[in-house]
Design a binder for this molecule. Structure first.
Ligand code: ADP
Length: 475
């Protein structure tokens, strides 16, 4: 753990192991923090807050720029840890470290644009001034699927805004979190500004975040279930909340779209991180006229994806994070098959070439998926592409919006009017139009409905950590 500027063990002395999902190998032991450690970290963050908040934005920005430089210098080293601990192919891990570092530099710049404003009054003897000030101590809970960038996506705007922070990373990826905090240590951030509490059991730390009045904001990325629990729990103290939760992204191939181009896009985005992404397409709507060409292109691409440990340079599909994740994916596939889905490729756990020691699932395409199947409603978080054929006259917006999630969505069309109609009508926080990567540190990321509250990245991202204060001056 990293508390008040020092790496340390947990107060109980307990540790837990971090394992490679590709082969079960023990990668390292880390401190297992609990209630006392969370309190110590909040003490440190609380003590550091006043001074950090009173630095100029230029001073705060310098620390973030330094952290950015150091993270890029250590890109390969961090990517290697990530590839081993989380499983994604090394190249994807390199991209994630870059994406993670992007937040540090982007918010280093944005800190300088925390502008207030003056508002004209109807009284000649009155002036209004609006200020933005840091909320205070932040409690952050991060997931394992993007174990580096989901930390910087929270820490960078919080620090830029003048907040201090305690991060509790996912229990599957504590070594990635440590690697990020080694960068913060090297960047010489003042003691207590950033703190890390690793924990085998997240609940006691989560409870401290919810119950300690000094924590004024909770920011969370993870499942909708835990997000709802945190939203309920923070109600009694009305803490500010940012939640980035699950998704069930529709991927719509319109009748005018090029099915080969769309299949190429889908093959790239669906199997990224083995489908373990909240913006991964989960319902692929293809017009009946394009079904054949689309599926041919898709299956030819998907059958070439080589599964293996992320650290092997030729691996395109890494393992799933654990046995439970693999079981969930397999159950959804079995349920779909029982209810009439057709397996185009995949549909099984990979056990050959020594992969039986890891959690590998074959990249899978299911055709003839229907709304009664679990996969049509529940997030999969695995390498499975469920295809649904639609006909002329079907209401695409109604079908795509028929979910309690609202994070990402994708549309392929060459028709500008149709693109605009779908862009405006899709009830999702992110819409990719002929674009499979609608994300950037500079762009607001987040979901509607049960996919979350608030946005990360962009100017919206920094305002999640700021209070608005109005001054009325009678003169
Ligand atoms: P996933 O199913 O993807 O692992 P979770 O929502 O369970 O998603 O995990 C995301 C993050 O939430 C992790 O850091 C995890 O430790 C944390 N978490 C899970 N349960 C709780 C809880 N009861 N209180 C606080 N944090 C939790």
């Amino acid at each position: 753990m990293f508390i008040e500027g020092n790496f340390r063990n947990s107060s109980s002395g307990e540790t837990f192991g971090s394992y490679n999902p590709a082969n079960g190998e023990l990668l390292g032991e880390v401190a297992s923090g609990g209630k006392d450690d969370a309190l110590a970290a909040i003490d440190a963050a609380s003590r550091a807050f006043k001074e950090w908040a009173s630095l100029t934005v230029y001073q705060r920005s310098k620390f973030l720029m330094e952290a950015h430089r150091m993270m890029m210098e250590s890109q390969e080293e961090i990517a290697e840890i990530m590839s081993k601990e989380q499983g994604k192919p090394f190249r994807a891990a390199m991209n994630e470290v870059q994406y993670g570092a992007d937040f540090l530099i982007w918010f280093a710049e944005e800190a300088k644009r925390i502008y207030g404003r003056t508002v004209p009054s109807s009284r000649t003897d009155q002036r209004f001034i609006v200020l933005h000030q840091p909320i205070g101590v932040v409690g952050a809970i991060t997931p394992w699927n993007y174990p580096v960038s989901m930390i910087t996506r929270k820490v960078a705007p919080a620090l830029a805004a003048g907040c201090t922070i305690v991060v509790k990373p996912a229990e599957a990826t504590p070594l990635c979190a440590q690697a990020v905090f080694k960068i913060f240590e090297k960047a010489n951030l003042p003691a207590g500004v950033v703190n890390l509490v690793t924990a085998d059991d997240p609940q006691p730390v989560g409870e401290v975040f919810l119950n300690d009045v000094r924590v004024r904001k909770i920011t969370f990325t993870g499942s909708t279930k835990v997000g709802k629990m945190l939203a309920g729990g923070s109600g009694s103290q009305l803490k500010r909340l940012s939640l980035e939760l699950g998704g069930h992204a529709p991927f719509i191939v319109c009748s005018d779209a090029d099915p080969v181009h769309a299949a190429k896009g889908l093959a790239l985005v669906k199997f990224l991180n083995s489908g373990q992404a909240c913006i991964s397409p989960n319902r692929i709507y293809v017009h009946e006229q394009q079904e054949k060409t689309f599926l041919e292109e898709l299956s030819s691409r998907v059958s070439k994806l080589k599964a293996g440990p992320g650290i092997n340079k030729d691996s395109k599909i890494g393992p799933l994070i654990n046995e439970e994740a693999l079981e969930k994916v397999d159950q959804q596939v079995r349920d779909a098959i029982e209810k009439g889905a057709e397996v185009i490729t995949g549909g099984y756990r990979i056990k050959d070439n020594g992969l039986d020691q890891g959690h590998f699932y074959a990249p899978t395409i299911l055709n003839k998926v229907t709304p009664d199947m679990t996969i049509y409603r529940e997030e999969t978080f695995g390498p499975v592409a469920p295809v649904i054929t639609y006909r002329e006259g079907d209401d695409l917006l109604e079908m795509a919006n028929d979910t309690h999630y609202g994070l990402a969505s994708y549309v392929y069309t060459q028709n500008l009017g149709l693109a605009m109609k779908l862009f405006e009508g899709l009830n999702f926080g992110i819409v990719g139009i002929n674009d499979i990567n609608p994300t950037s540190a500079a762009a607001p990321f987040g979901g509607n409905k049960e996919s979350g509250i608030g946005r990360e990245g962009a100017s919206e991202g920094i305002h999640e950590y700021l209070e608005t204060k109005l001054g009325g001056f009678s003169i």
